[in-house]
Design a binder for this molecule. Structure first.
Ligand SMILES: *Cc1c(COP(=O)(O)O)cnc(C)c1O
Length: 412
């Protein structure tokens, strides 16, 4: 008897793999019914040999596309040397990675971790310790101000200050010490920042919320309020950073500097999870041996891939691509407003597209796009998030936008 496991991938159907996932993997996602077997650049191929344009890029973890050759070679070369040492010992990639990332980002010190959520957790811990030891906030009183509709990850502390009921319900009791204000409202922020504020934590553009760009001057005002109150500004650039918006940080567009930045997603080149907190030496410097760490954080393989990512970003080529392709994307998307699209937001090669009521929902549009060979994902009921890899060809970008125009303009 031939069992499912004996079938070579190419003869088993998508339905077989989907059934297997549904039987054995926890249902904490609701994926589109496509089973990817290979990827290259902006394209993926499913188990039946169908090709799709990737307009999601692993939520910006694949800014350089699938299997960028320089990233793959860096990984393969490191696989042939050493992959893990733990931080009990030094290795020959860590210091180089940290120096190169600090130089790229104009920061002083790097704290390497693995997932985005861990980078955010690390920044929160650092901010609290800094508040007690440097700012002089009374023990146990430090507050961190965050924005509503934020997305900073999935740990218990991080969902403690989420305003998304699905992300929070049944996961309490929650971590105290967070104050939530409306995103983009400078007056509300001014009211919330006090002498007990350790930090203000913001996404310069809110990705998960639907690629929401704050009003002009909001981020500069956040910087000013933090300076006035002696609080830290922490920019979560896990999704918005590393060339996604045309600059290393989305904050760069506003000429604003944060005290700490969290990075993740594209920092691992789509190969391994790599995250980091980067920022001021006097702030990250509050951590002493034993107070924080990670078995895998800063491992040799992660550092080698991260160094190759930094090398790609240091030429400016990807920032340039995001800027020029992004201008094209936004010009074309703005022409769809009134034709099944009610609003478009974003910056660089990154867009939130609100579908007009009366047309398909975000989920229906994602499924219809899949049927036309384009993969993207809804975020909330009627919004699609577009984040094609920065390596995409303009003709492929147009192909995806044409499919979107067709899908959005069609009655439900
Ligand atoms: C994805 C994301 C995170 C969490 O990253 P994980 O690697 O999934 O833990 C945090 N902040 C922002 C802005 C993100 O987009």
């Amino acid at each position: 008897m031939t069992t499912f496991a004996d079938k070579p991938a190419r003869t088993a159907s998508s339905a077989d793999f989907i059934a297997l996932d549904e039987r054995w993997s926890t249902h904490n996602y609701h994926p589109l019914p496509v089973v990817i077997a290979e990827g290259e650049g902006a394209w993926v191929t499913d188990v039946q040999g169908e090709r799709y344009l990737d307009f999601l890029s692993g939520y910006s973890a694949l800014n350089f596309g699938h299997r960028h050759h320089e990233l793959v070679s860096a990984a393969v070369e490191q696989l042939g040397r050493v992959t893990l040492t733990s931080r009990a010992f030094h290795h020959d990639q860590l210091g180089l990675f940290c120096r190169e990332l600090a130089e790229l980002t104009g920061t002083e010190l790097v704290l390497p971790m693995n997932s985005g959520a861990e980078a955010v957790e690390s920044a929160l811990k650092v901010a609290r310790k800094w508040a007690y030891r440097v700012k002089g906030v009374p023990e146990g009183q430090a507050q961190i101000v965050v924005a509503d509709s934020n997305f900073h990850g999935r740990t218990t502390t991080i969902v403690s200050f989420s305003t998304d009921d699905t992300a929070r319900a049944d996961f309490g009791p929650f971590t105290p010490g967070f104050v939530v204000v409306p995103y983009g409202d400078a007056a509300a922020l001014a009211e919330a920042v006090t002498d007990r504020t350790a930090a203000v934590l913001l996404e310069p553009i809110q990705g998960e919320a639907g690629v929401v760009v704050p009003p002009d001057g909001y981020l500069a005002e956040a910087r000013r309020l933090c300076d006035e109150a002696g609080a830290l500004l922490i920019a979560d650039e896990i999704q918005s950073g590393l060339a996604r918006t045309g600059t290393v940080f989305a904050l760069d567009h506003e000429r604003v500097t944060a005290d700490l930045y969290t990075l993740g997603k594209a920092l691992g080149g789509g190969i391994v999870p790599v995250s980091a907190v980067v920022g001021r030496a006097d702030v990250l410097g509050v951590l002493k041996p034993g107070e924080h760490g990670s078995t895998f954080g800063g491992n040799p393989l992660a550092c080698a891939v991260g160094r190759a990512v930094v090398r790609l970003l240091s030429t400016g080529e990807f920032q340039q691509r995001s800027t020029s392709l992004g201008a094209h994307l936004h010009t074309r998307l703005s022409e769809l407003v009134g034709h099944g699209v009610s609003a478009v937001r974003g910056r660089g090669l990154w867009a939130g597209v609100d579908l007009a009521s009366g047309g398909p929902t975000g989920r229906e549009a994602s499924e219809a796009l899949r049927a036309r060979g384009v993969l993207c994902k809804e975020t909330h009921g009627h919004t699609l998030r577009l984040a094609p890899p920065l390596v995409i060809e303009e003709s492929d970008l147009d192909r995806g936008i044409d499919a979107l125009a067709e899908v959005a303009g069609r009655p439900a």
